[in-house]
Design a protein around this ligand. Structure first.
Ligand SMILES: *[C@@H]1O[C@H](CO)[C@@H](O)[C@H](O)[C@H]1NC(C)=O
Ligand SMILES: *[C@@H]1O[C@H](CO)[C@@H](O)[C@H](O)[C@H]1NC(C)=O
Ligand SMILES: *[C@@H]1O[C@H](CO)[C@@H](O)[C@H](O)[C@H]1NC(C)=O
Ligand SMILES: *[C@@H]1O[C@H](CO)[C@@H](O)[C@H](O)[C@H]1NC(C)=O
Ligand SMILES: *[C@@H]1O[C@H](CO)[C@@H](O)[C@H](O)[C@H]1NC(C)=O
Ligand SMILES: *[C@@H]1O[C@H](CO)[C@@H](O)[C@H](O)[C@H]1NC(C)=O
Length: 452
């Protein structure tokens, strides 16, 4: 074994799962344990010239490392170089480690990306009916997987996909960079994501997902590029990340209309903190619009949002069913944001015409507090649903400096809530002074979100 690999052993990490269940917040009980084995992608014939296709090398390496799953797991080491590949699968008890200067490049040939069935909670591809492209790096029913490194890079080379998307020449829904399905104890840390065809990190039906210390970038014009999308997943922590996207930076989702209602798996127990988010044509932080399995128990702190179309946005529409509730967002700084706060009840399309227009979504118990904004155009846009009003929206200690002469800083319909120390003065619907007791808040003892 090369000497270099011995040195690497100190870097090999896995997630130790202690007996006690983690509460999904960022104080995850899981800690990093050493992986007893490590191999380099070079040992599987990979060539890091940016031209040679290395899909088989990645697949073979991971197939080999499967045999270490019951021996403490293993690390796949990717040295400096430009490693072109099509999609491949990960395995349990694996650490994919990207050295400084290592770049995994997504192939620009669609043939190198498999076609797979749509997610059951979506029923369709999100952009086109029918199937979708498989993601570049995939995990299915895995346990204890780490993608990390010394700030190595995963570059989706998405420009071709954005062009096909814009010119309507795609045959299937665009792929993502990293997708975990039905997996648990997943850690993604200390790497950079560039130019995803669509989403960068998409945990679906997952539990115990920790995303820490990553940089994510796609250029302003890139359509539907999204940073992190926790989707029908629970116990998710996202911290210390910097994300700049064409569309949304972080979007929480949980399935689409009748498919999401039938699947019925919520996104819940999510903690997001110390993140810097930017989104030129979407929202820095979005909830929905696909939320049919429900989204609840989300705690967000220390957000820095800048140069975005919308700062924080809740999206839904009739036919979604589901709920968005028990959300608390605090300590937010916004700079150069068109619309600071938004909740829209007629947002997003339907997978097909089988949706039930009477499946009304519920949006309630949302607290937004300690927010300062500079160079904001519109403070708040709250458009509820007549048959299902947005309720218990609490705005506390918010100060937004509106740049233009825009007369309507707030727009409200079919919404009710409470506000205190909010500038500019919100619409009367949000000034229901006897509703403070219905403000969603935190109970201190066990740190879990709850209703006061
Ligand atoms: C990757 O995993 C999927 C299941 O999610 C499987 O259908 C596919 O055959 C796997 N591909 C390889 C190359 O192992
Ligand atoms: C990682 O690399 C990216 C892109 O080069 C850079 O923006 C970021 O600051 C780096 N992160 C760390 C922690 O060094
Ligand atoms: C879509 O399918 C058509 C017809 O098979 C093909 O010519 C075209 O290259 C495909 N588009 C993409 C982006 O793969
Ligand atoms: C990521 O980097 C930080 C700071 O350098 C370090 O403390 C942490 O252990 C790293 N995480 C992993 C999984 O290597
Ligand atoms: C109000 O919000 C600002 C900005 O987040 C914060 O510095 C200040 O401490 C808050 N005031 C109270 C009373 O919480
Ligand atoms: C204030 O509270 C009372 C009793 O809880 C309720 O009946 C009334 O509708 C509330 N007022 C408003 C404006 O919501």
């Amino acid at each position: 074994m090369p000497v270099a690999l011995l040195l690497l052993l100190a870097l090999c990490n896995g997630i130790r799962v202690d007996g006690e269940e983690s509460n999904g917040h960022c104080d995850l009980k899981s800690t990093l344990d050493s992986r007893p084995h490590s191999v380099s992608i070079l040992e599987f014939g990979a060539v890091g010239d940016g031209k040679t296709l290395n899909t088989i090398a990645f697949q073979n390496a991971i197939f080999y490392l499967k045999s270490f799953a019951d021996k403490g797991g293993a690390q796949l080491y990717v040295p400096p170089g430009r490693w072109l590949t099509g999609s491949f699968n990960l395995t349990s008890h694996l650490t994919l480690f990207l050295e400084k200067g290592a770049v995994i490049l997504g192939s620009q040939d669609p043939c190198h990306w498999d076609i797979v069935e749509p997610l059951p909670s979506y029923g369709q591809g999100t952009e086109l009916p029918g199937k979708r492209y498989r993601s570049l790096i995939n995990g299915y029913m895995l346990h204890d997987v780490v993608i990390t490194g010394d700030n190595g890079t995963i570059d989706g080379q998405g420009s071709v996909w954005w062009e096909w998307f814009t010119s309507h020449s795609l045959n299937y829904t665009c792929p993502h960079l990293v997708e975990f399905l039905s997996s648990e104890y997943v850690l993604v840390s200390n790497i950079t994501f560039l130019n995803a065809p669509a989403y960068n990190i998409h945990p679906v039906y997952c539990s115990n997902v920790h995303i820490h210390g990553i940089s994510v970038y796609a250029p302003p014009g890139s359509p539907y590029t999204v940073g992190i999308v926790p989707d029908s997943s629970d116990k998710v922590c996202i911290e210390d990340c910097s994300i700049s996207m064409g569309h949304d930076a972080i979007a929480l989702k949980s399935g689409w209309d009748e498919y999401g209602i039938a699947y019925g798996r919520p996104t819940t127990n999510v903690h997001i903190r110390r993140v810097q988010l930017q989104s030129s044509s979407g929202s820095s932080l979005a909830f929905g619009s696909e939320m049919s399995g429900g989204i609840s128990d989300v705690q967000v702190q220390q957000l820095h949002l800048h140069d975005s179309l919308t700062g924080i946005e809740f999206r839904t529409t009739k036919g979604r069913g589901g709920y968005v509730k028990e959300i608390i967002i605090s300590d937010v700084n916004m700079l150069n944001v068109e619309t600071a706060l938004s909740a829209i009840g007629n947002c997003g399309s339907h997978p097909d015409d089988k949706f039930d227009p009477d499946a009304l979504p519920v949006l309630e118990k949302i607290t937004l507090q300690n927010i300062v904004g500079t160079n904001i155009n519109m403070a708040g846009n709250f458009i509820g649903i007549q048959e299902s009003r947005f309720s218990s929206i609490c705005l506390l200690n918010i100060s937004l400096s509106i740049d233009s002469a825009s007369s309507d800083a707030w727009q409200c319909s079919y919404v009710s809530g409470f506000s205190e120390s909010v500038f500019p003065k919100p619409c009367p619907e949000l000034e229901n002074f006897n509703a403070s007791s219905s403000c969603f808040s935190l109970l201190k003892p066990n740190g879990r979100a709850a209703i006061l």
